[in-house]
Design a protein around this ligand. Sequence first.
Ligand code: GP9
Ligand code: MN
Length: 617
Amino acid sequence: MSGITHFFSRIKPFNLIGFALISLWLKTAFLSIVGFNLHLESFLDLLLILFNPIGSLMIVVGFSFYFSREVKPSAVMLAMGFATGLLYGDLLYFRFYSDFVTVPILFQFNNVGGIGPSTFELMSAWDFLLVADLLLVGWLVKKKWIYPPKVSKRWKFSYMGLSTVLLLVTVGLGLLKSPYLFTESYDREQLVKSIGPFNYHLYDIAMEATVPFTKILANKSDTEASVNYTQSRKGTDSDLFGVADGKNVVLISMESTQNFVINQKINGEEITPFLNTFIKDSFYFSQIYDQTAQGKTSDSEFMIDTGLYPLASGSAFVRTTDNRYKSMPHILKKKEDYYAAVFHGNDRTFWNRELMYDTLGYDRYFSKRDFDVTEENSVNYGLKDIPFFEQSISYLEKLPQPFYTRLIMLTNHFPFLLEEEDQLIPEASTSEDVVNRYVTTVRYQDEAIKKFFDRVKESGMYEDTVFVLYGDHYGISEKYEKGVFELLGQEDHPLNHVNLQQVPLIIHVPGEEGRLIETLGGEIDIRQTILHLLGIHTSDNLSFGHNLFSRQKDHPVIFRDGDFVTEEYVFIDNVCYDKRSQSSVSDTLCEPYKQTVRKELDMSDDIIYGDLLRFVE
Ligand code: GP9
Ligand code: MN
């Protein structure tokens, strides 16, 4: 008997530590496969997911006794709480963004919704199970069914040694599986899948720490590669060059608007009756992809103004206000002294706009403080679109002309809330409430745009203005996409998911006949397209975008995580698909495009992190 007691007393430290490790390991593996929906391409992927958190979890749990002579249950529970908190934060973020948190995102927490209706919408009662093991361990300790005695120095060292070896093996296996793992670190799914969520966070922190040195060490010669590359791409001219020469430019950022809503009916009613008519008298680009990343709305603004890709991590608006850019306001001022302004019914500081608009050369930012914002005329993130446009028009009429302006809409924002009096069509009836509400907020948005055009025509500005309407990014994240598939009668297929990343782009030049343009493109191409219409030669301006009236067919549309779309293929989640057969094909068919993708993303990052445009005339 005493032998048995002796045996249990020896393994007791393992009991508590073992309990913590096994429960955390189960949670991490479960969340990786189910919560983070990591795509498993092979059995090796599954093995990696199961293996990769072990080393890092041992290290995290080890902090409960590294610096003390005994294992304190409260310290073990603290370590468990820390790891669980991190996982839960990742889960909530992933549920909406289908992405993983990065260090810069933590510094712009308010911009990703903070703690508000959006966050609560993402929570589920089942989430409570994530802390069940913490409660259980507390109860077991209280009952004295597991309690840890002192651990020897030797035991500690063996534990540390084993966890370090496991960590190194994890990294080695990850590299063996994907040799570009760290050079393509913008592909966060690949990173998490290969090295696990905890190691991913450690890597992310380490990388962030090196960023300031990139700028310090950069010099003029670093600009040569990108200048040569972007100038070597010859765009062909079109008959539309200069048709809007000297006109005002009004950009309308349609919040969270995906292209599937155009010409789509719910119970016999159009979701966007105004836009459906408007596109007939406009250049309607029906195959434009959302290329934003963690900076959401601000990323779309950044691409349109600078022609550079957004950052893979965090928002360029938040991180690079000290940089030099050659933005749309700068170019247009040089050409014809355009007055540049932005209108947005939210706080000046949201997405760091106040500072970034200065950097981008804007003369005026009409933000929340310039509008009459009351509880009655606001919903969700702020001023409703109809009063926003009504009030903006009075400012717009007084601006010096020609002007370059952007009006940022807000009502159609997740979680898509609307008072009954503003609901112009009934909600849809899919299994996803978010999607059901979405159609009503898009319908409201459409009404606001219609009213805006009525007022613009009354004001006499219409004839002298070119209007650019675009969806800033997706509204329905992957989590709720099922509802959209139900609505459209489509199956849940990776290629249908990619199609849903299309956002409408509508360019209206009064007097020009409308055209449906099915050219493949992305938001990064908007800048060159506008410049082309305004009669400005685009080759003079360093940009990764193409003029959509003559975009090369074989150039991929590049997403920030390294995925891409071409005329024939789609590369997503590390699988190459043939668009015609809708099935996966050999990776070699996508390989040639991957080089272009890597090159452009790297060059764009080098320009931003190195602040290289300060060296370009
Ligand atoms: C808020 C608006 C919406 O200012 O830009 O935010 P986002 O779509 O980026 O979450
Ligand atoms: Mn947005």
